[in-house]
Design a binder for this molecule. Structure first.
Ligand code: 5GP
Length: 191
Protein backbone atom coordinates (compact mmCIF):
# COMPACT_ATOMS: atom_id res chain seq x y z
CA UNK A 1 0.00 0.00 0.00
CA UNK A 2 1.59 3.25 -1.09
CA UNK A 3 -1.04 5.90 -0.36
CA UNK A 4 -2.35 7.08 2.99
CA UNK A 5 -5.82 7.69 4.41
CA UNK A 6 -7.20 11.05 5.50
CA UNK A 7 -10.40 10.65 7.47
CA UNK A 8 -12.78 13.57 7.99
CA UNK A 9 -15.68 13.25 10.39
CA UNK A 10 -17.86 15.87 12.03
CA UNK A 11 -21.31 16.69 13.30
CA UNK A 12 -23.40 17.91 10.36
CA UNK A 13 -23.12 21.62 9.59
CA UNK A 14 -19.56 21.95 10.88
CA UNK A 15 -18.11 22.76 7.45
CA UNK A 16 -16.43 19.41 6.85
CA UNK A 17 -17.51 19.06 3.21
CA UNK A 18 -16.38 22.61 2.41
CA UNK A 19 -12.89 21.85 3.73
CA UNK A 20 -12.73 18.50 1.91
CA UNK A 21 -13.78 20.07 -1.40
CA UNK A 22 -11.29 22.90 -1.00
CA UNK A 23 -8.46 20.41 -0.40
CA UNK A 24 -9.32 18.21 -3.39
CA UNK A 25 -9.77 21.19 -5.75
CA UNK A 26 -7.02 23.55 -4.63
CA UNK A 27 -4.25 21.17 -3.58
CA UNK A 28 -3.40 18.82 -6.46
CA UNK A 29 0.15 18.48 -5.09
CA UNK A 30 -1.26 16.36 -2.23
CA UNK A 31 -2.38 13.65 -4.68
CA UNK A 32 -5.77 13.30 -3.08
CA UNK A 33 -8.72 11.29 -4.27
CA UNK A 34 -12.11 11.22 -2.69
CA UNK A 35 -13.36 7.85 -1.47
CA UNK A 36 -16.71 7.41 -3.19
CA UNK A 37 -19.04 5.70 -0.75
CA UNK A 38 -22.10 3.66 -1.51
CA UNK A 39 -25.45 4.77 -0.11
CA UNK A 40 -29.01 3.54 -0.14
CA UNK A 41 -30.38 7.10 -0.11
CA UNK A 42 -31.59 8.56 -3.41
CA UNK A 43 -29.50 11.22 -5.20
CA UNK A 44 -30.14 14.90 -4.30
CA UNK A 45 -30.04 17.79 -6.75
CA UNK A 46 -27.19 17.44 -9.23
CA UNK A 47 -25.64 14.34 -7.61
CA UNK A 48 -24.59 11.60 -10.01
CA UNK A 49 -23.93 7.89 -9.64
CA UNK A 50 -20.20 7.26 -9.32
CA UNK A 51 -19.37 10.91 -8.57
CA UNK A 52 -20.67 11.83 -5.09
CA UNK A 53 -21.81 8.30 -4.27
CA UNK A 54 -22.65 4.95 -5.75
CA UNK A 55 -26.41 5.08 -5.35
CA UNK A 56 -27.74 1.60 -4.60
CA UNK A 57 -31.18 0.25 -3.85
CA UNK A 58 -31.60 -1.10 -0.30
CA UNK A 59 -31.48 -4.62 -1.80
CA UNK A 60 -28.24 -3.94 -3.68
CA UNK A 61 -26.72 -2.44 -0.53
CA UNK A 62 -27.71 -5.51 1.49
CA UNK A 63 -26.23 -7.84 -1.09
CA UNK A 64 -22.89 -6.05 -0.80
CA UNK A 65 -23.00 -6.33 3.00
CA UNK A 66 -23.56 -10.06 2.63
CA UNK A 67 -20.77 -10.36 0.07
CA UNK A 68 -18.43 -8.66 2.59
CA UNK A 69 -17.60 -5.89 0.13
CA UNK A 70 -17.60 -3.09 2.71
CA UNK A 71 -14.64 -1.87 4.73
CA UNK A 72 -17.26 -0.35 7.04
CA UNK A 73 -20.89 0.67 6.79
CA UNK A 74 -23.37 2.45 9.04
CA UNK A 75 -27.06 3.21 9.14
CA UNK A 76 -26.31 6.93 9.44
CA UNK A 77 -29.98 7.95 9.37
CA UNK A 78 -32.94 5.60 9.90
CA UNK A 79 -33.17 3.29 6.90
CA UNK A 80 -30.32 5.14 5.12
CA UNK A 81 -27.15 3.12 4.79
CA UNK A 82 -23.73 4.47 3.85
CA UNK A 83 -20.61 2.42 3.39
CA UNK A 84 -17.05 2.40 2.12
CA UNK A 85 -16.29 -0.22 -0.51
CA UNK A 86 -13.03 -2.10 0.09
CA UNK A 87 -12.21 -2.38 -3.61
CA UNK A 88 -12.54 1.40 -4.11
CA UNK A 89 -10.08 2.25 -1.37
CA UNK A 90 -7.50 -0.48 -1.99
CA UNK A 91 -7.22 0.32 -5.66
CA UNK A 92 -6.54 4.01 -4.97
CA UNK A 93 -4.00 3.26 -2.22
CA UNK A 94 -2.17 0.85 -4.52
CA UNK A 95 -1.98 3.59 -7.13
CA UNK A 96 -0.23 5.76 -4.53
CA UNK A 97 -3.17 8.11 -4.05
CA UNK A 98 -4.01 9.58 -0.67
CA UNK A 99 -7.63 8.73 -0.04
CA UNK A 100 -9.97 11.23 1.62
CA UNK A 101 -12.89 9.80 3.58
CA UNK A 102 -15.85 12.04 4.33
CA UNK A 103 -17.72 9.70 6.63
CA UNK A 104 -19.75 9.70 9.80
CA UNK A 105 -18.07 9.56 13.18
CA UNK A 106 -18.41 5.85 13.89
CA UNK A 107 -17.21 5.09 10.37
CA UNK A 108 -14.25 7.43 10.86
CA UNK A 109 -13.23 5.70 14.09
CA UNK A 110 -13.54 2.29 12.39
CA UNK A 111 -11.44 3.24 9.37
CA UNK A 112 -8.74 4.68 11.67
CA UNK A 113 -8.72 1.40 13.60
CA UNK A 114 -8.29 -0.56 10.35
CA UNK A 115 -5.48 1.56 8.85
CA UNK A 116 -3.69 2.65 12.04
CA UNK A 117 -0.59 4.69 11.31
CA UNK A 118 -1.41 4.84 7.61
CA UNK A 119 -4.40 7.02 8.51
CA UNK A 120 -4.84 10.51 9.96
CA UNK A 121 -8.27 11.06 11.48
CA UNK A 122 -9.55 14.62 11.74
CA UNK A 123 -12.59 15.76 13.66
CA UNK A 124 -14.01 19.01 12.32
CA UNK A 125 -15.68 20.66 15.28
CA UNK A 126 -18.18 23.52 15.17
CA UNK A 127 -17.34 26.29 17.68
CA UNK A 128 -20.50 25.53 19.73
CA UNK A 129 -23.87 23.84 19.50
CA UNK A 130 -25.47 27.33 19.39
CA UNK A 131 -23.34 28.30 16.39
CA UNK A 132 -24.27 25.02 14.74
CA UNK A 133 -27.95 25.83 15.26
CA UNK A 134 -27.45 29.26 13.60
CA UNK A 135 -25.68 27.64 10.64
CA UNK A 136 -28.30 24.95 10.11
CA UNK A 137 -31.07 27.58 10.25
CA UNK A 138 -29.34 29.93 7.80
CA UNK A 139 -28.52 27.03 5.44
CA UNK A 140 -32.29 26.66 5.17
CA UNK A 141 -32.23 23.08 3.88
CA UNK A 142 -33.78 21.39 6.93
CA UNK A 143 -37.22 21.81 8.50
CA UNK A 144 -37.14 23.06 12.12
CA UNK A 145 -37.89 19.66 13.69
CA UNK A 146 -35.07 18.10 11.66
CA UNK A 147 -32.68 20.80 12.90
CA UNK A 148 -33.46 19.82 16.50
CA UNK A 149 -32.81 16.16 15.66
CA UNK A 150 -29.48 17.06 14.04
CA UNK A 151 -28.48 19.23 17.04
CA UNK A 152 -29.23 16.47 19.52
CA UNK A 153 -27.16 14.12 17.43
CA UNK A 154 -24.39 16.74 17.23
CA UNK A 155 -24.15 17.01 21.02
CA UNK A 156 -23.76 13.27 21.28
CA UNK A 157 -21.26 13.20 18.45
CA UNK A 158 -19.08 15.93 19.98
CA UNK A 159 -18.29 13.49 22.78
CA UNK A 160 -16.32 11.35 20.28
CA UNK A 161 -13.89 14.13 19.31
CA UNK A 162 -11.09 12.96 21.67
CA UNK A 163 -10.92 9.63 19.79
CA UNK A 164 -9.58 11.41 16.69
CA UNK A 165 -5.93 12.19 15.95
CA UNK A 166 -6.69 15.87 15.47
CA UNK A 167 -9.55 18.19 16.39
CA UNK A 168 -9.92 21.15 14.04
CA UNK A 169 -12.24 23.81 15.47
CA UNK A 170 -14.01 25.50 12.59
CA UNK A 171 -14.54 28.92 14.11
CA UNK A 172 -13.18 30.77 11.07
CA UNK A 173 -13.14 28.83 7.83
CA UNK A 174 -9.82 30.19 6.53
CA UNK A 175 -8.09 29.41 9.80
CA UNK A 176 -9.58 25.90 9.90
CA UNK A 177 -8.49 25.27 6.29
CA UNK A 178 -4.93 26.38 7.05
CA UNK A 179 -4.74 24.23 10.17
CA UNK A 180 -6.07 21.21 8.26
CA UNK A 181 -3.59 21.73 5.45
CA UNK A 182 -0.64 21.90 7.85
CA UNK A 183 -1.77 18.76 9.67
CA UNK A 184 -2.07 16.86 6.39
CA UNK A 185 1.26 18.07 5.04
CA UNK A 186 3.01 16.99 8.25
CA UNK A 187 1.32 13.59 8.16
CA UNK A 188 2.05 12.92 4.47
CA UNK A 189 5.66 13.97 4.90
CA UNK A 190 6.21 11.67 7.87
CA UNK A 191 7.12 8.13 6.95
P1 5GP B 1 -25.23 12.95 3.11
O1 5GP B 1 -26.51 12.17 3.00
O2 5GP B 1 -25.48 14.35 3.64
O3 5GP B 1 -24.44 12.93 1.84
O4 5GP B 1 -24.30 12.21 4.18
C1 5GP B 1 -24.76 11.92 5.45
C2 5GP B 1 -23.64 11.44 6.34
O5 5GP B 1 -23.16 10.16 5.89
C3 5GP B 1 -22.42 12.35 6.38
O6 5GP B 1 -22.06 12.53 7.75
C4 5GP B 1 -21.37 11.56 5.66
O7 5GP B 1 -20.10 11.90 6.16
C5 5GP B 1 -21.77 10.13 6.01
N1 5GP B 1 -21.17 9.13 5.10
C6 5GP B 1 -20.98 9.26 3.77
N2 5GP B 1 -20.40 8.16 3.29
C7 5GP B 1 -20.18 7.32 4.32
C8 5GP B 1 -19.57 6.02 4.44
O8 5GP B 1 -19.10 5.42 3.49
N3 5GP B 1 -19.56 5.47 5.68
C9 5GP B 1 -20.06 6.09 6.77
N4 5GP B 1 -19.95 5.46 7.93
N5 5GP B 1 -20.62 7.32 6.69
C10 5GP B 1 -20.69 7.92 5.50
Amino acid sequence: MKGKCLIFSAPSGSGKSTIVQWLTHEHPELDLVFSISATSRPPRGTERHGVEYFFLSPEEFKAKIEANEFLEYEEVYAGRYYGTLKAQVDEQLQRGKNVIFDIDIKGGINVKRIYGEKALSLFIQPPSVEELRRRLISRGTDPTDQIEVRLEKAEYELSFAPQFDRIIVNDKLDRAKAETLTAIQEFLNSK
